[in-house]
Design a protein around this ligand. Structure first.
Ligand SMILES: [Zn+2]
Ligand SMILES: [Zn+2]
Ligand SMILES: [Zn+2]
Ligand SMILES: [Zn+2]
Length: 368
């Protein structure tokens, strides 16, 4: 059983990423930014938070093709996330979409190169009638600014956001509507765009790093029995959390753990408390959904969150389950998958965990 880990490529090594579409070989695994659509003619439409109903930005996308079934030859999983912490914790603030294509399809040749020449101008795809991308979030945009007809939107919400935050009120009709001029404000809505790379989980002995972490958490471990030091322990630490911590400490910079069966592994729970053992079946084909990947708390440190905001998003882990059958999403239909958000058992532990990881990373940097 092996787990592939996802890491954020260091900022200085990040190359510019394609927008909206690219060949399969250039398709990045990434967090943030606008979605890059597997089928550029078919961007997903509105993706609303199940709690606050706001449009959700892309949290990450992952190219995860499968040998079987044939309709999953190309396969991308998109994860969208509300920026409100209470929505995320309610488990309604993260949505997962999956899109697949057969090996033989109208968009890519056998080598994965684009068969169609696409061009996007002013957020509209040429050669393809009626395909517009939302100026704010990159999703399908059925409406546009009624005055300049340039900026396209997925929703009224994003039109209003552009009018106010994006200063479209002043830019409309000036010929300067194009996103490049003013795109910095978009980061208030979208997550920062960063490419990921993958590596197999290392097998390095955990003892090398573990005592330091345990010490910082004020937790003592004797053999297999984990004891809490009653005088010093402020946070309640459970065994599952310790396991989580140990395993993550093999490679503390990991932001994603990919463990789909048959080669993969089970998800790592962040705590004994708040596990979800009933995963809803795929609504399209009724197959069970199985574990595919999970997000670690370390991912949060790349999202440029406002840590002073009490409603900033936070999690112990986010576990993503997908249809075991990879049922037919090839006819342009996005399949909705299931994400489960688990908190650490005790409030504040997420922060201390991140702090420890950040300190470790800093230490390693200064050692280099
Ligand atoms: Zn929300
Ligand atoms: Zn939008
Ligand atoms: Zn306008
Ligand atoms: Zn299914």
């Amino acid at each position: 059983m092996s787990v592939q880990l996802g890491y954020i490529i260091p900022k200085e090594d990040q190359a510019p990423l394609p927008k909206y579409y690219c060949s399969i070989n250039d398709l990045p695994n990434k967090i943030g930014g606008l979605p890059i659509w597997l089928d550029p003619r078919n961007p997903a439409g509105r993706v609303e938070c199940g709690n606050c109903s706001k449009q959700m930005p892309l949290l990450l996308q992952l190219y995860a093709p499968q040998d079987y079934p044939s309709n999953a030859f190309h396969r991308v999983v998109y994860v969208f996330c509300c920026k409100s912490g209470s929505c995320v914790i309610s488990n309604k603030g993260i949505k997962v979409l999956r899109l697949q294509l057969e090996r033989e399809n109208e968009i890519y040749n056998e080598e994965g190169d684009l068969l169609i020449e696409f061009q996007v101008q002013d957020g509209a795809l040429s050669n393809s009638k009626g395909v517009n991308y939302c100026y704010i979030c990159g999703k399908s945009a059925p409406s546009r600014c009624g005055k300049c007809h340039v900026n396209k939107y997925c929703s009224r919400e994003h039109q209003e956001l552009d009018w106010t935050h994006g200063h479209h009120k002043h830019l409309c009709g000036t010929g300067n509507e194009a996103r490049n001029e003013i795109k910095s404000w978009l980061s208030t809505f979208n997550f920062p765009e960063l490419e990921m790379e993958e590596e197999e989980e290392p097998e390095k002995k955990v003892e090398q790093v573990e005592p330091e972490i345990m010490e910082k958490l004020n937790v003592k471990e004797e053999g297999d029995n984990v004891l809490e030091d009653e005088d010093e322990t402020e946070a309640e630490v459970d065994r599952t959390f310790l396991k989580f911590q140990k395993r993550i400490s093999l490679s503390p910079d990991q932001v994603l753990r990919y463990g789909r069966q048959p080669e993969g592994d089970n998800p790592l729970w962040a705590s004994d408390i708040g596990r979800n053992n009933t995963i809803p079946n795929c609504p399209k084909c009724s197959s069970p959904r199985t574990f595919e990947f999970q997000l670690t708390p370390q991912l949060l440190s790349h999202l440029e969150l406002n840590n002073k905001d009490p409603n900033s998003i936070d999690w112990g882990t986010v576990i993503v389950y997908t249809c075991k059958s990879d049922c037919d999403a090839a006819n342009g239909q996005y399949a909705e998958e299931y994400a489960f958000v688990q908190e650490f058992a005790s409030a504040g532990l997420g922060d201390s965990h991140r702090k420890i990881l950040a300190e470790r990373a800093e230490k390693e940097e200064t050692q280099d």
